[in-house]
Ligand binder design. Structure first.
Ligand code: PGA
Length: 232
C-alpha cells in the first residue's frame, strides 16, 4: 500500500481528484466506484471544477456507488442518490443511466461484472473501521447485500438526519466486491480518523477492522491529511 500524506483537507481533495482525472482522461470507457460521506466532498468539488474549467469529461464513465440507505426515497434529502446529484452528477456530463446505486433487487454484482469490473474505487473510512457499510465483523469475501447499521454509524448519521429517523439498514457493496476493483484509493481526513487509520493500515488484518482488508490488495493508495495520519 502506498500512503500519501497531504498537508490538509484541500490538498487531499485535489490529490484525489487529480488521480481520478488522470485515470479517466483519454479513456474510451471507464468504471469508477464512488463513496459518499463528508470526506469525498472536496474531491467532487474539484472534479466539478476540472469539468468546468478544463473540459474533463465523464460522458464515457460508468459509476457504481458503494452503498445506499434502505427505506429512503431516491429523492430523499438524506439519500446517497441526492448527495451524489447535489455534489457531483448534476454538475458534470455523466449520463443518468450510467450512474448506479445498489438496491434490494440484487443484480449489482452482475451489473459490475457486465461492464468489466471496477477500474478505480474511491472509499472513505468510518471511525469504527467500516468501508462502505461493511461494519466490523463483515466477511472479507462478502458481496453486495443488505446490512444492519452499527449503532455508532447511526449515531454519526443522526447529526445529518436532524429530526428524521436514521434508517437501520442499507445495501452495500461487500468487502469482496470492493477488493475485486483493480485500483483502490482510500481517503481519510481529520484527527478523528487517526486512530482507525493506524489500526486499519498498520495493525493486524482482521474482520474486526473492515478497512484492514485493504492491506491485502495489491494496488491501494491511501491519501491522508496530516491529522488523519496522526504521526508527527
Ligand atoms: P465520512 O464517512 O467521510 O463522513 O467521515 C466515512 C465513512 O463512514 O465511510
Amino acid at each position: 500500500m502506498r500512503i500519501l500524506v497531504t498537508a490538509d483537507y484541500q490538498t487531499l481533495s485535489r490529490t484525489a481528484a487529480e488521480l481520478v482525472a488522470k485515470a479517466v482522461r483519454g479513456r474510451a470507457e471507464f468504471v469508477l466506484g464512488l463513496p459518499t460521506g463528508r470526506t469525498p466532498l472536496g474531491m467532487y468539488a474539484e472534479l466539478v471544477r476540472m469539468h468546468r474549467d478544463q473540459g474533463l469529461s465523464f460522458s464515457k464513465v460508468r459509476t457504481f456507488n458503494l452503498d445506499e440507505y434502505l427505506g429512503l426515497a431516491q429523492d430523499d434529502p438524506n439519500s446517497f442518490h441526492t448527495c451524489m446529484h447535489e455534489h457531483f452528477f448534476d454538475h458534470v456530463d455523466i449520463a443518468e443511466a450510467n450512474a448506479h446505486f445498489p438496491d434490494e433487487a440484487g443484480n449489482y454484482e452482475e451489473a459490475i461484472r457486465n461492464v468489466g469490473g471496477i477500474e478505480l474505487l474511491i472509499v472513505g473510512i468510518g471511525a469504527n473501521g467500516h468501508i462502505a457499510f461493511n461494519e466490523p465483523g463483515s466477511g472479507f469475501s462478502s458481496r453486495t447485500r443488505t446490512v444492519s447499521l452499527a449503532a455508532e454509524t447511526m449515531a454519526n448519521a443522526a447529526k445529518q438526519f436532524g429530526s428524521n429517523a436514521v434508517p437501520h439498514q442499507a445495501v452495500t457493496m461487500g468487502i469482496g466486491t470492493m477488493l475485486d476493483s483493480r485500483h483502490i484509493v482510500l481517503l481519510a481526513s481529520g484527527s478523528g480518523k487517526a486512530e482507525v487509520v493506524r489500526r486499519s493500515l498498520r495493525g493486524p488484518i482482521t474482520e474486526a477492522v473492515p478497512a484492514s482488508a485493504l492491506q491485502m490488495h495489491p494496488n491501494v493508495i491511501a491519501i491522508l491529511d496530516e491529522e488523519a495520519n496522526g504521526e508527527k
